[in-house]
Design a protein around this ligand. Structure first.
Ligand code: FES
Ligand SMILES: [Fe+2]
Length: 418
């Protein structure tokens, strides 16, 4: 149980809040690289700030305040130029540093005044990595975007999937350290949704540990023991706002206090017969979360089920109501770690898992169940014989709405033929 005051400390992310200041110490994924190739401007709301992301004609990415400093027009309707973004109302143009580079009428009517030199727009850093565009809203010097190990893997098909979830980010992130929900939400409820009545193996034992880049949860279920990698390696609650399961990441990016951008990055290793496989562009898509016919949440896919859990807790869940048990020890650890870091940042210190060393950042290893498979690959026969559980699936199981074009590219990569 948490008081309203402690709850607010965890949940509120706007400028000037303690959690907002902490989350501004980390790069956040906000779009796919390919997305800006398709449409050069994108409105973005991040940590309670309205922004516009763009790619100019020279290929520079910029992230600016959403509203023009002239008379507040919406710059997401602006025009990209060779060096920056031009407001469509009166043509003022800004570059990615926030400098005003042109004011068409002022430049003609009174060039000697150089009014544009007095104007700046708020600008944040944006960088590309792993097919994603990342934003940094914190103080200088900016840290590095972590090069998580899977970002360096070859011979994989990667896809990026977004969904907007109408609730606070912290309850989404608590799901990253919640092993028992797999048994119920995904296995048992998933079976009922498909009309089956079976139960999956029960969880018998859980452990939660902290490591440099987050927390790990480990489990023994009725169908496994302590020799299983589910216990010896575990899964990762990645700091500060992601889940990492070995072949995919799920970031819970705070849009504001009552909405979260779910960003999924999914890696599927091609069978050895399909090597070498080189993906020229990482596709992205947006998943719906509401069933248009019924107005209810979609429940057919794994992460859609998670969303039902998260939004069901309320826009900002009331943690005075909760009754935490032994399954929730990881959640308690996570909150305590965040409370510590809130104080660390408030007193000028560096919070957990900020990466600054370029040597360390060549490749940051994480606990990964079945690591060798992802790196070495397996033939179709080996997969069928030794690891049927990791066989590439025909259907994308995580989110609803995969476009046909992505499905076809995936089938081609895996060597599926109808
Ligand atoms: S409002 Fe943007 S140029 Fe006038
Ligand atoms: Fe889940």
């Amino acid at each position: 149980m948490l008081s309203d005051e402690r709850n607010r400390l965890l949940c509120e992310v706007g400028p000037g809040t303690k959690m907002g200041e902490l989350m501004r110490r980390y790069w956040q994924p906000i779009a796919a690289v390919a997305e800006l190739d398709d449409t050069p401007t994108k409105p973005v709301r991040l940590l309670g700030e309205d922004l516009v992301l763009y790619k100019d004609l020279s290929g520079n990415h910029g992230l600016l305040e959403r509203h023009c400093p002239h008379r507040s027009a919406d710059l997401s309707y602006g025009v990209v130029e060779s060096c920056g973004l031009r407001c469509s109302y009166h043509g003022w143009m800004f570059d990615e540093t926030g400098a005003c580079r042109e004011q068409p009428y002022e430049d003609v009517a009174a060039p000697e005044i150089r009014f544009r030199d007095q104007i700046r727009i708020k600008a944040y850093r944006v960088e590309a990595k792993a097919g994603l565009l990342w934003a940094y809203l914190g103080p200088d010097p900016a840290p590095l975007i972590p090069s998580w190990e899977p970002f360096t893997w070859a011979n994989g098909f990667v896809q990026i999937v977004f969904a907007t979830v109408p609730c606070n980010w912290f309850q989404c992130q608590e799901n990253s350290i919640d092993p028992v929900h797999f048994e119920w939400m995904h296995d048992n409820w998933g079976a009922r949704l498909k009309g089956r009545n079976d139960y999956s193996p029960r969880h018998l034992k859980l452990a939660f540990d902290e490591f440099e880049y987050g927390l790990v949860y480990r489990r023994v279920r009725e169908d496994s023991d302590e020799s299983s990698e589910l216990w010896t390696v575990g899964r990762v609650c990645l700091w500060p706002n992601a889940l990492f399961t070995g072949n995919h990441f799920e970031w819970r990016v705070p849009i504001d206090d009552t909405s979260t951008l779910s960003v999924g990055w999914f890696f599927t290793r091609v069978p050895k017969e399909r090597e070498p496989y080189l993906q020229d562009s990482i596709p992205y898509w947006y998943s719906p979360i509401v069933d248009e016919k019924t107005g209810r949440w979609i429940t057919s896919h794994i992460m859609n089920q998670d969303f039902v859990g998260w939004v069901g807790q309320g826009a900002v869940t009331d943690r005075k109501r909760e009754h935490l048990g032994r399954s929730d020890r990881g959640i308690i650890m996570m909150r305590q770690r965040f409370f510590q870091d809130l104080d660390t940042v408030a007193s000028g210190g560096e919070p957990k898992a900020v990466v600054r060393d370029p040597v360390v950042n060549r490749c940051i290893e994480l606990p990964i169940i079945g690591r060798r498979h992802f790196i070495d690959g397996l033939t179709r026969d080996q997969i069928a014989r030794e690891r049927p559980g990791i066989a590439p699936r025909r259907e994308f199981p995580f989110l609803v709405g995969q476009p046909d074009s992505v499905r076809r590219a995936y089938d081609e990569a895996m060597g599926f033929v109808d």
